[in-house]
Design a protein around this ligand. Structure first.
Ligand code: BG6
Length: 485
């Protein structure tokens, strides 16, 4: 894996009392991501008094400053956000626009001029990955990267080798601590909560190991199809689109050891250890699927074998996790939309009530639910069945985070706010990214054949076989085929 020569510990971000950025420059502001996520997130930061810096938008579209502002305001409203005139006026007053081609030095010269006296700009590259290096080079050449932070969007490379190469080039111009790699799943509260849940409660961590846990399963199911993203998706597929990043980050938080302190370096170093212990997944432990009708999607290549579904069994070869399988499944056009991680415990060591003719108690489950308005945790435990002498039956303890804790921030609101403040905990490091690519390297190099599945199902039957010895997939709460709780 890459050795970080330019930081002491290979972590991302400033460790001690980071200074906030004094300008925000966003490349790609005329794009879809900006329209759906960036403007509304920045507005919400402004509403909380956390966007007190000039905001310079850059794109190829021919806009005046006013047209840029009008587009931003419309995007904010289209997201369903209520707009307070005073907040907006203040935000708009700090907004200016640079029209430019990312391949032309004039664009970066214009950005530099707009930056004026700013000493610590934050550059947010919401542009195609093929342009990351071009933009960083352009900024570097006009001399504005020295104390800058640079936020880049996934994907970070398309496999292990390309991730190493991309970093090799970036690191000629930037130190690791200046690079903030966005994975919006790390901006979701319920996902960061995994770490807080585990390490702020006494009752989980002591039994969070192979002696007590039988398996872990993660389902990220989407009922919608590839829609108008055919040409993007067909080059990527489920493994690269969501497993290497979003799902791996969930596994990192579920499997890491407790950090020595709550700094980004300490947290990242424990997550990295988990990825370093991850055994590269064997092609025989990977089922790839494609929904019927995928070939008719605009932009999909004829005869494409890109997977729109994948199920995987993987292992982390550490003392904590030896022998515990982590199952992953994700796909488009499935039966429901839900993201969950379920920790399945072993049964009690002694079937105490079996002499009374009572059946074995069922396995306890701890279910984390993420996003889509469903954030929360459920614990399935056994309680005495009143209709019997000593038999137990499962009951569910449920907490809905929105109800119990209130509204959470939008993922991009959290992440852009953190990047502006120089708080790096929720961003992935280069070494972590390389670890995740390494775990998937064999199945990317030797993909298993793609199996067709019917839209509205939970993927091909072969995915069931993968997990059958561990009791089968646990369906997300509320989905059609939900197991009885
Ligand atoms: C994106 C993927 O990164 O994450 C999409 O490109 C996917 O394909 C999306 O649908 C899921 O994000 P969320 O927040 O809706 O679960």
């Amino acid at each position: 894996m890459t050795t970080m020569q330019n930081t002491q510990d290979g972590t991302v971000g400033d460790e001690l009392a980071p200074e906030p950025s004094d300008a925000l420059v966003s490349f790609g502001v005329s794009g879809d991501l900006a329209k759906k996520m960036t403007f509304v997130s920045l507005y919400r930061l402004a509403e909380r008094g956390l966007l007190d810096v000039p905001f310079i938008g850059v794109a190829f579209t021919d806009w005046s400053d006013d047209e840029f502002r009008a587009h931003a305001l419309q995007s904010i409203k289209d997201c369903g956000q209520e707009v307070d005139e005073k907040v907006w006026e203040k935000m708009a007053a700090g907004m200016t626009y640079v029209q430019g081609d990312y391949t032309k030095p004039e664009t970066y010269a214009a950005v530099k001029e707009k930056l004026g006296d700013a000493k610590r700009p934050l550059f947010y590259l919401e542009i195609p990955p093929s342009l990351f290096l071009t933009a960083v080079k352009g900024l570097h050449e006009v001399g504005v990267t020295r104390n800058a932070r640079v936020v880049i969007e996934k994907p970070f490379g398309h496999d292990y080798q390309s991730a190493v190469e991309l970093y090799g080039e970036l690191s000629k111009m930037l130190e690791e601590r200046q690079i903030y790699r966005i994975d919006h799943y790390l901006g979701k509260n319920a996902i960061q909560d995994i770490m807080v849940w585990r390490f702020s409660n006494r009752m989980f961590e002591p039994i969070w190991n192979s002696a007590n846990i039988e398996s872990v399963q993660i389902t990220m199911s989407e009922s919608f199809d590839v829609a108008d993203r055919g040409s993007f998706y067909d080059r990527v597929g489920a493994l690269k689109d969501v497993v290497q990043n979003h799902i791996m980050q969930i596994i990192g938080l579920l499997s890491m050891d407790p950090p020595s302190k709550a700094t980004p370096a300490a947290i990242h170093s424990q997550q990295l250890q988990a990825f370093e212990s991850m055994r590269p997944v064997e092609p025989s432990d990977c089922v790839r699927g494609q929904y019927t009708g995928y070939h008719d999607v605009k932009g999909v290549a004829e005869g494409s074998t890109t997977e729109t579904f994948v199920a995987i069994k993987l292992f982390i070869d550490s003392w904590r996790w030896a022998g515990v399988p982590f199952f992953i499944r994700t796909g488009k056009n499935l039966a429901c939309t839900a993201t969950e991680a379920v920790v399945v415990y072993k049964r009690p060591p002694l079937p105490l009530f079996k002499e009374t003719g009572c059946p074995q108690p069922e396995r306890n489950r701890l279910r984390f639910r993420f996003g889509h308005g469903e954030d929360g945790v459920q614990m399935r435990v056994q309680a005495l069945d009143p209709s019997s002498q000593m038999a137990s039956k499962p009951v569910v303890l449920n907490v809905d985070f929105t109800e119990a804790l209130g509204e959470e921030k939008l993922p991009y609101e959290q992440l852009l706010g953190d990047a502006l403040q120089g708080i790096a905990t929720r961003f992935a490091t280069q070494q972590i990214i390389e670890g995740t690519w390494m775990a998937l390297s064999k199945i990317l190099e030797h993909p298993s054949p793609v199996i067709e599945y019917a839209p509205g199902t939970m993927g091909p039957r072969e995915a069931e076989e993968l997990i059958a010895p561990y009791g089968g997939w646990i369906e997300p709460v509320g989905s059609k085929s939900d197991h009885p709780a």
